[in-house]
Structures are given as structure tokens and as C-alpha cells.
Write a protein that binds this ligand. Structure first.
Ligand SMILES: NC(=O)C1=CN([C@@H]2O[C@H](COP(=O)(O)OP(=O)(O)OC[C@H]3O[C@@H](n4cnc5c(N)ncnc54)[C@H](O)[C@@H]3O)[C@@H](O)[C@H]2O)C=CC1
Ligand SMILES: N[C@@H](CC=O)C(=O)O
Ligand code: NA
Length: 437
């Protein structure tokens, strides 16, 4: 029976997870695939760095080139992260004609077309299932299982760290910073956790999904990105009172048809109705809702981060890479196909939604009337206003306003004027409300 020798660059949370998962289930995979799989070498920064599972010292090296260049290594897995050296590693392996597996969404989002071209030029492939929604097989679903569909809507909770933080903020009334520390300890957060909390990790994943779903590599600068830092206990509790839960969403929504089709691609924390299925996706779990024109609505759920769930996605890619090698079909499912469907990305200013606005205002007569007048001037209709009682006679109090649906541009214009009012004492917090229509 043929054996495929695998070289891994990175042996941290995900890398050691993959090593351990193969120790556990490689015999099962061999039985299913008819090919033996062996992680022959692992490159790490330091042999004794903390990692959740052990990797034998004899398997490790600190020189990645000895892994990639070893003629016995047939498949290279990049699990080091970042977009600098990781890109060099991936390109080096592809240039040697070796299939590469990566979990690195930052790298795919930033350099996808260049890497896909290198894979094609060298008649090999790039596999990246672990890069989006951890253990959920969403890349395979969009590219293979649902290949017969046009995708009209994708809504995803695609960052495990943010979902974990928002869930614990809601359930325990705990504060942001303390929970982020736990997400780091659990191996969910990026090495640079601002990628998670400022929305960029979810943007990388939404960028990849949008590009796959619509057949052209989206310009990432056109994606609206907002993180979860500005969300406070006040927002979580008011959202709850109003019947909503706050979730960070990646949104890919197509409107119009043919040449006039526009795709909204955004990442932001949104108020979603408590009874919606995505409102009940908690902790590190991710979920992706996909609407296809033939299949209708579909939903995928699972752990979005962590050593084992992410390893499971890498194992799936190992199976594909090994089978493609054995069968001599390296480009059976190309990493990405640009089929020239240049729908335009809708500018954020054109999108329409309902808004939640939290202002910090002086508690004195006339403030609400002045704010309401600005909304009226911008033809924005107010759906409800909540101002909690102020028994402690604080000088500044929150004022929460829910609007009816309006254009983002009108809302932003109104908000600029409101922020300048002398009675408005803090930077307004704006959250969109998503009704999944
Ligand atoms: N942790 C998670 O839940 C998930 C992580 N990812 C992605 O997987 C990748 C790896 O993430 P983690 O395992 O969490 O990171 P980590 O920080 O735990 O592990 C990184 C590994 O790369 C090694 N490394 C770094 N620079 C190196 C160099 N110059 N030469 C050799 N080895 C080097 C480190 O020694 C370490 O073993 C990242 O791209 C991340 O975005 C994707 C999905 C989930
Ligand atoms: N930091 C990421 C890891 C998985 O992609 C997340 O929290 O989702
Ligand atoms: Na995945």
C-alpha cells in the first residue's frame, strides 16, 4: 500500500492537534482511503514551546526548509500563521509541485490569487478547508456539494473567539478583557487577537466565502468591517430587552440580477432576533447559513476554532491531497476558479437596514427632541426609544434609539450631526439589526 509522507510547518495549537488526530485515526483513514499517511517532519520555532499535544522531538526541526525541500515529503501543511514567512513557505512547496494544505485565512485572503496561480502553474493544488469556520466543511460544501447553485445569501458566525466572548458577556455579564484572556488560553484566538476582536479574521473568512460563492476574487478593501470592541454590557442587556441577541456576522447578500447584480459583503456585530437559529449558536461554535437558488436554505454548524475541530478540517484536506496524489488527479477540484462573474460589490453606504444607536447624553429636558429632529431632517423614522430611569441622578445617561430600515448613508449623516450636539457626551455606538430577509 502506498504511503504519503507529510511535512508540517507549525506544531502549535493546530499543528499538534493534527499530529495527535493522525496518531489516533490514521489507521481508520487508511482503511477508508487505501493509502497510508505519515507526518514525517514538523518544523517549529522551539522544540519546548507549550503545545496542547506532544510531538516527538525526533520528528521536529527548527529549519522549515529541510521539511519543504526533503524529496521524501510529498504534502506540505502550513500551520504557522501570518502572511510573511508563511507565504514564502507555501510558494516554495508549490514551486516544487507539492500540494499544500493551510489553515491560514489571513494568507488566503491577502494572497489567494497569487497562490492559486502558483498551484496551477506547477500542476498541483492548495487546500484550505480549515481556514473558514474551523471544523465545519464549508469550503467543500460551497465548492463541491452545492456546485449546482447560485448563492443568494450567506450569513455566518465565523469567528469562534468573538462568539465565545459575546456569549459569555451575555450569560455571565462578564467583561470583555477577562474573557478574551480565556479565549487565548483555550487556543481559539489568533496570535494577534486584535484580528479576532476587530473583525479582520471574520473578514478574511467572509472574503474567501464571498469569492468562492460569486466566482471572482473580491477586492477586500470593499468589505465593510467592524469589530466587537465597542459593545458593552449596556448594549447586550438592551438588545435582550428589545428581543435581540448580538452576534458578529459575516454577510454575503446578492441583490439584482445579471450585470446589475450587486453583492453586499460585510462583517459586523448585529442585533438578530432571539428566536433566529443563529442567535442560539453559542460559545466557540460557528454556523453558516447558505441559501442556494436550487437547494433553498441550508445550515452548517460546528466548532469554529480550537485544536481538535480545526485538525478535523486539516485531516479532510490530507485525505483529498493524498487521494489526488495517488490517483494522479492533482487538480480534480481546483483551489479557486475565477469564472469571470464580475458582480459589483455594493458600497456600504448603499446598504439598507434597521439600526440600533446608543448615545451617552446629558440627562436634561429637550435632548430627545433635538436628536429626533435630526433623524426627521434625514428622513429616518424612529421605531422606538429607550431611556432608563436615572435614580442616582448621573449627569450622563444612555439613550437607545431603534430606527426603521433606512440607507446606511442617511444614518451616518444623521449620526455625524447628533455626535456634534453639546448634550451628546460619548461617541455614539451604532449596530445594525439583521432580519434575514
Ligand atoms: N487556533 C485555532 O483555533 C485556529 C487557527 N487557525 C490558523 O492556523 C494557523 C496556526 O494557528 P495556531 O496553531 O493557533 O498557532 P500557534 O501559535 O499555536 O502555532 C504556530 C506554530 O508555528 C510555529 N512557527 C512559527 N514561526 C515558525 C518558523 N519561522 N519556523 C517554524 N515554525 C514556526 C510555532 O513554533 C508554532 O508551533 C494560523 O494561520 C491560524 O490562523 C485556523 C483555524 C483555527
Ligand atoms: N481565531 C479564530 C480561529 C479560527 O479560525 C477564531 O476564533 O475563529
Ligand atoms: Na472549515
Amino acid at each position: 500500500m502506498e504511503q504519503i509522507n507529510i511535512g508540517m510547518i507549525g506544531g502549535g495549537t493546530v499543528g499538534s492537534g493534527v499530529f495527535r488526530a493522525l496518531e489516533k485515526n490514521s489507521a481508520l483513514m487508511t482503511a477508508r482511503l487505501g493509502v497510508k499517511l505519515k507526518v514525517a517532519k514538523v518544523a517549529v520555532k522551539a522544540f519546548d514551546e507549550p503545545r496542547p499535544y506532544k510531538i516527538p522531538v525526533a520528528t521536529m526541526t527548527t529549519d522549515w526548509t529541510t521539511v519543504v525541500n526533503d524529496p521524501k515529503i510529498q504534502v506540505v501543511i502550513e500551520l504557522m500563521g501570518g502572511t510573511g514567512l508563511a507565504k514564502t513557505v507555501v510558494l516554495a512547496a508549490l514551486k516544487l509541485g507539492k500540494p499544500v494544505i493551510t489553515a491560514n485565512k489571513a494568507l488566503i485572503s491577502k494572497c489567494g490569487p497569487e497562490l492559486f496561480a502558483a498551484a496551477a502553474k506547477n500542476n498541483t493544488n492548495l487546500y484550505y478547508e480549515a481556514s473558514v469556520a474551523g471544523g465545519i466543511p464549508i469550503i467543500k460544501t460551497i465548492r463541491e456539494a452545492l456546485v449546482g447553485n447560485r448563492f443568494t445569501q450567506i450569513y455566518g458566525i465565523v469567528n469562534g473567539t468573538c462568539n465565545y466572548i459575546l456569549t459569555r458577556m451575555k450569560n455571565e455579564r462578564a467583561e470583555f478583557a477577562e474573557i478574551l484572556g480565556d479565549a487565548q488560553k483555550l487556543g481559539y484566538a489568533e496570535a494577534e487577537p486584535s484580528l479576532d476582536v476587530d473583525g479582520y479574521d471574520a473578514m478574511h473568512k467572509t472574503h474567501i466565502l464571498a469569492s468562492l460563492a460569486h466566482g471572482f476574487w473580491v477586492d477586500e478593501k470593499k468589505i465593510l468591517v467592524e469589530g466587537i470592541r465597542s459593545i458593552s454590557q449596556t448594549d447586550i442587556q438592551f438588545a435582550e430587552k428589545l428581543g435581540y441577541t448580538i452576534k458578529q456576522l459575516g454577510i454575503v447578500k446578492a441583490a439584482g440580477a445579471g450585470k446589475s447584480e450587486k453583492v453586499q459583503i460585510s462583517v459586523y456585530p448585529a442585533l438578530i432576533p432571539q428566536q433566529h437559529v443563529l442567535a442560539n449558536v453559542n460559545d466557540v461554535f460557528n454556523a453558516v447559513f447558505v441559501r442556494g437558488d436550487i437547494v433553498g436554505d441550508t445550515l452548517y454548524y460546528g466548532r469554529g476554532a480550537g485544536k481538535d475541530a480545526t485538525a478535523s478540517a486539516v485531516l479532510g484536506d490530507i485525505a483529498d491531497a493524498a487521494t489526488d496524489l495517488v490517483n494522479g488527479t492533482p487538480r480534480r477540484v481546483p483551489a479557486f476558479v475565477d469564472y469571470g462573474r464580475r458582480a459589483s460589490v455594493m458600497p456600504a453606504s448603499e446598504s439598507v437596514s434597521q439600526f440600533y444607536i446608543r448615545l451617552g447624553v446629558q440627562d436634561k429636558p429637550g435632548v430627545l427632541a433635538r436628536v429626533a429632529a435630526i433623524f426627521r431632517d434625514n428622513k429616518i423614522s424612529i421605531a422606538s426609544v429607550v431611556q432608563p430611569e436615572n435614580p442616582a441622578a448621573q449627569p450622563n445617561v444612555p439613550l437607545i434609539i431603534m430606527t426603521h430600515a433606512c440607507k446606511e448613508a442617511s444614518l451616518q449623516k444623521a449620526l455625524k450631526r447628533i455626535a456634534r450636539l453639546s448634550e451628546v457626551k460619548a461617541k455614539p455606538v451604532l449596530l445594525r439589526v439583521e432580519h434575514f430577509e
